[in-house]
Design a protein around this ligand. Sequence first.
Ligand SMILES: [Fe+2]
Length: 485
Amino acid sequence: MNSRKEIIDFFQKEGILIQPDAIEFLVANGNGINSCRTLLNEMGERPFIISSEDIKHVFEKIGEKKERAATGSRMNRVGGRKTIKKEGFRILQDVTGNSTCQGELGDFVMLFRDRFEKLGALIRKRQEMRNALPLRRVMHRDDEITTIGMVKDVIPAKNGVVVELEDSEASITAYIPKDVDPLLVVDEVIGISGKKRGDMVTVKSVVRPELPRERRKNVADEEKYVIFLSDLHVGSKSFLEKEWLRFIEWMQGKRGTEKQRDLVKKVSHIIICGDVVEGIGIYPGQENDLLVDDIYLQYEELARKLSAIPEEIAIIMQPGNHDAVRPSLPQPSFGNEITSMFEGRDVTFIGNPCYLEIDGVTILAYHGQSLQDFATSLPDMSQNRPAKIMKEMLKRRHMAPIYGGIASLAPERKDYLIIDRVPDIFVTGHVHVTAVDSYRDVILINASAWQAQTEYQRMMDFMPDPAKAVLVNLKDLSPSLIQFS
Ligand SMILES: [Fe+2]
């Protein structure tokens, strides 16, 4: 394409603003109007503005797809099992090795500023929010207003709530009737439209960053399965040893129906979403529940247990609140003293949360510490129904907005809990329930635990649904569930 005008016209017709640096990038790297169309098709989520960074990301993705197609599946067979190594695997976003956290108060200011800017930009993409004004421009008006702010406070009021909305310059008070929106949590970013009179806005509509209604799903070129597990709690007296052994035998092709034995040969990755060991000193009286009371011996036992999984299967492991890493979110991955115990095995250690990609399919893996905070802050929510809460996270494009809850937040300068990319699969654990659902074409999984209910969990109202494996076929993103109890 040699005409910049042609590019501008194309995107104008699509209702999309293209930034000048993006036009230059397309002129230098594109191959005619076709590259504009391909770009839009590959973007999935329809943007309001396209930057050169967006284009580079899409071109990279296209390049990788071509490479995969050119080299075939790079699969070979070992003992009748298809082995799919890590060519199709990459980490997209992870705090591990990128932490800027000094623990200073000023860093929290940067964290919340980053959250406000990124989520505010997503809200501004929504049709009804394009004319939103900053708070300082609406705070002295008596009129219909549209603005965006972070919820500083939620106070119950008659048939609704009163919220304090703020940005970096100003704040306003707004009354949100229950029938407009009954699900406000502190520190989420929202857009509002309503009538302002005196010091109070009466809100007529609340707009969240949300997921796009339509999106092109990413799928793998061939049938290939990922297994999702969580909360193994190795080292606990309540670890479900018998059920785990059944799972291992199933993985080894020694158990299950003929169809399942065939299917298990196509498993390429196992993702374990945290609480891989029981840990020590996590809750009062935990010492009475420990089978192994040394944290390192717990990880050694875990390494032994995982070594029974066929070695062609890659294991991806992230920490949770029981693991030996910093407790605040985002959690970087395990240190060398732990990872070295798994040497010789194909294990990738990731942080919590982590965006990763397997054969083009985007997976957001998060242990799920904030599920309890949503459950206690919102009506009709329960930690025992995590998929319902995961939908609320996706609507807010944030996994843990509430500051000061059970899920503690580290003052990173960038907010790693923002759901800035739309994943194809969103997986959590933590609440020991098994759940499979979907929201706007995103597969939601709460991966099962491998621990029976402890006395402490009974007290905390955890109702486990353990010893299940959730599998997803990456070719069509269809989930299935296998029970081992
Ligand atoms: Fe757990």
